[in-house]
Write a protein that binds this ligand. Structure first.
Ligand SMILES: Nc1ncnc2c1ncn2[C@@H]1O[C@H](COP(=O)(O)OP(=O)(O)O)[C@@H](O)[C@H]1O
Ligand SMILES: [Mg+2]
Length: 384
């Protein structure tokens, strides 16, 4: 008898403890739900709301005294099709299909105004009945910021397009009269007017040719930016192109008593499929930099290598002033000529920008290594 009483006493205190613990845990859970910054709503299969936390009331502007509507009256995207036909007619997303998915959409507040939300729904089964919990975040501000960003980007792209178009039209317009100036100067050059007129005509021709090359560079850059530059692929010999380019730079190199060495490394028969005019432009640009930024009596060497079976590398090395490590990326930025020293030398600051774009369009890479005070080496690697 005593024993049974003891047992009853133990059981009763256990049950009380359990009930107290359960009560505490429910309170904890309620606090978590109510303090959550995300809206939390649980509802049944008919959309009837069972619980709603403070954050959800705030999102949908539902006062405490208001009678709760069904979930799809707040989030019209959620629908509860009763059968297959209804599912096909559904304007939103059938409830089952939203489960576990992060979905974005617009929702309606109590007063009818719209709010942008992101929600995800999970399902639990209680006593054989399905119940659903929606976790909801108000993303209206984020969406406005995103829309502003898209608009700002569109405006910037439009401005950039307009600038490229202007540059391209302008360069075209400048080239026409310039060609006339060059043409007539060439005609004059054929005559002997005596000194100093012959020299003056030469100066006009030199300045005109320089101006034409600047205009052509600007035109190239605007074509590249507008993605309107088409390459004319042919089977070409890089060795031939190098030899042709060397003859174009030789005079300038001689003026500074710079020696140019060329090592084709038995690759004079190598053929690659590329645009010969553009390849020449790349090599000429790099060679002219190697001469321009070199010292008097300096050295330039051009070397062809085959680092891999399907690749060919052209290295152009100089003994010039070199480029500081922190400027190695800047030299490829349009119109960046680094420092005042560069401005003593003629140039636009877009040669390397164009080179890098061209090499990339050809499916290759351009790399530079440099030791300030000792020289630089530019390597163009192309597929072959
Ligand atoms: N071989 C080189 N040695 C030293 N500096 C160079 C060399 N090549 C290019 N640079 C630097 O990079 C800048 C950009 O070169 P580039 O785009 O060819 O323009 P530009 O020669 O018209 O100034 C140059 O102004 C120069 O400061
Ligand atoms: Mg240059």
């Amino acid at each position: 008898m005593t024993c049974q009483n003891d047992l009853q006493a133990v059981n009763k205190s256990d049950i009380d403890d359990y009930a107290r613990e359960r009560e505490k845990s429910l309170q904890r859970l309620a606090a978590i739900i109510n303090n959550s910054v995300a809206g939390i709503i649980s509802f049944d299969r008919q959309g009837r709301i069972k619980t709603i936390n403070n954050a959800a009331r705030e999102i949908f502007n539902i006062p405490l005294e208001a009678e709760l509507r069904r979930i799809h009256e707040y989030i019209p995207q959620i629908c509860f099709p009763a059968n297959e036909t209804a599912r096909k007619m559904c304007t939103g997303i059938p409830l089952e299909e939203t489960l576990g998915e992060r979905t974005e959409g617009s929702a309606l507040c109590e007063q009818g105004n719209q709010v942008m939300i992101e929600f995800s729904i999970s399902r639990i089964n209680i006593d054989g009945e399905d119940e659903f919990t929606a976790i909801i975040n108000d993303i209206s501000e984020r969406k406005i910021a995103e829309a502003d960003l898209i608009e700002a980007r569109y405006i910037a792209e439009e401005a950039s397009r307009a600038k490229s178009e202007f540059l391209s039209n302008m360069s075209h317009e400048l080239r026409t009269p310039l060609n006339a100036v060059l043409g007539f100067s060439q005609l004059l050059e054929m005559n002997d007017f005596g000194m100093p007129h012959n020299q003056n005509i030469k100066e006009i021709l030199n300045a005109g040719r320089h101006l034409l090359s600047l205009i052509n560079q600007v035109l190239d850059l605007s074509r590249i930016e507008a993605e309107k530059l088409d390459l004319d692929y042919q089977d070409v010999s890089p060795a031939m192109i190098i030899v042709e380019t060397l003859s174009l730079i030789q005079n300038t190199a001689d003026e500074k008593q710079i020696t140019i060495e060329c090592d084709l490394n038995d690759l004079s028969d190598q053929i690659i499929n590329t645009d010969p005019v553009r390849l020449k432009q790349i090599i000429l640009n790099l060679l002219s930099n190697a001469v321009k930024y070199n010292k008097e009596q300096g050295k330039v060497s051009i070397k062809v290598e085959k680092p891999e079976v399907a690749k060919i590398s052209i290295h152009i090395e100089d003994t010039g002033r070199g480029i500081a490590a922190e400027h190695l990326e800047r030299i490829f930025h349009p119109f960046d000529r680094l420092d005042s020293q560069s401005y003593l030398v003629e140039g636009t600051g877009i040669g390397l920008t164009i080179c890098r774009h061209l090499v990339q369009i050809m499916g290759g890479t351009i790399d530079v290594t440099s030791k300030p005070g000792q020289g630089s080496c530019f390597a163009v690697t192309l597929p072959c």
